[in-house]
Design a protein around this ligand. Structure first.
Ligand SMILES: [Zn+2]
Length: 380
């Protein structure tokens, strides 16, 4: 599998409190570096002519230094470890003559930075915030989205004058590579009209005979309302309605069985939304009463049919903004309920349901790979 490693630079807008902690971290990292460098230089002066002694010397490490300066425990410990590793690297570059001798860091330099590495997903983007160790959520200006499925491996926090930046080192797999592990994968977006739109642009709509039955139901209901309650004609009409209800229910079930059967037979990986009708009503104008039986039943049918056939059904995390996200560039932006077309500032324009279905399909692939190979799978 091919992997891509890239750096993405963004502006940060830290709070005053976060600025203080960032500057404190710069200070600690600088101190760590300078102490270790002083030791290296002194030892080099002493034993420079005796490489064996130089190598066997018991050098200081971040732990021993932190014990001397307990305030260093207040800052991100990864940043201090990284400073130590960077210095070791700088020295080996110096010894193999690819670089000059490392220099002391000055607090007067307008550019200050520290680097921290991800452990247990502690560096991640949440909406318009970047979660960073010790700092918590820092406001980030995401002028361009990270690629789908990317994993943040490290973050360098930088101050240049009064501006703060972060450079994210990101690893990701090309999704086209992942898609090849399936014969066929599809994403579904449940729709107000009909049942769903799939990520290939196909709409699944209820058959005409079913729609006709619904119209008939409405008609018969009106007739009932005109009958005298309790009369023989009223009771007769009521019976007629009950059997019509049953008939419609069976027609609907039949259609949902066929639709789910088709999907499970055709695709190996099917990604759908997590059914939350209250939430869906907000983003899609669903009338809850009509939709809940159909979508609930359809989801159940897909679930057990996929299981029977050894196919995979993935339910996308409830809060994933499939409607708001641009399927082209990954930006998020609001879209009105009345808008049928999704417009993005990147220039992408697409039917709103198709855009959502593509997002759901891609998220499903990402989730599948994570489930199958672990969270780090996308960072090989
Ligand atoms: Zn876009």
């Amino acid at each position: 599998m091919s992997e891509t490693i890239k750096g993405y630079v963004y502006r940060l807008n830290p709070t005053t409190q976060q600025i203080n902690l960032i500057n404190q971290t710069f200070g600690c990292v600088r101190k760590m570096w300078n102490i270790l460098l002083f030791e290296r230089k002194s030892i080099y002066e002493l034993y420079g002519k005796y490489p064996e002694l130089l190598k066997s010397h018991d050098y200081l490490n971040p732990k021993t230094i932190k014990e001397q300066f307990p305030y260093m425990y207040d800052v991100d410990s990864q940043s201090l470890t990284t400073a130590w590793l960077h210095l070791k690297q700088a020295y080996s570059n110096f010894f193999n003559k690819s670089h000059n001798e490392p220099q002391y860091k000055s607090r007067h330099n307008p550019v200050q930075s520290y680097t921290t590495h991800t452990t247990n997903d502690n560096i991640r983007i949440e909406g318009t915030y970047l979660k960073l160790p010790k700092l918590g959520p820092v406001k980030i200006k995401l002028h361009r989205a990270l690629p789908h499925g990317s994993i943040i491996k490290a973050a360098t926090i930088k101050r240049d004058g009064k501006r703060y930046y972060v450079s994210l080192r990101v690893e990701y797999e090309h999704l086209s590579q992942l898609e090849k592990t399936f014969e066929k994968a599809i994403g579904l977006d449940y729709t107000l009209q009909g049942l769903y739109m799939d990520s290939e642009g196909n709409k699944a709509d209820y058959p005409n005979y079913y729609k006709k039955s619904l119209k008939k139901l409405a008609r018969e209901q009106r007739i009932l309302s005109k009958r005298v309650k309790g009369s023989a004609n009223y009771l007769k009409q009521k019976e007629k309605l009950a059997s019509l209800h049953l008939h419609i229910k069976n027609q609907r079930k039949d259609f949902l069985h066929k639709a789910s059967r088709y999907l499970v037979n055709t695709y190996d990986l099917i990604s759908i939304e997590t059914l939350d009708l209250t939430e869906m009503a907000k983003t899609k104008h669903f009338r809850k009463s009509i939709s809940d039986t159909s979508f609930g039943t359809f989801t159940r049918y897909l679930e057990y049919k996929a299981k029977d056939e050894g196919k995979t059904l993935i339910k996308i995390e409830k809060y994933y903004p499939s409607t708001k996200t641009c399927s082209q560039c990954g930006r998020e932006q609001d879209i009105l309920l009345s808008e049928r077309t999704y417009h993005c500032i990147c220039g992408h324009e697409m039917d709103r349901d198709l855009n959502a279905a593509i997002n759901i399909g891609v998220q499903g692939l990402i989730q599948y790979v994570k489930n199958a190979y672990g969270t780090d799978a996308l960072a090989w």
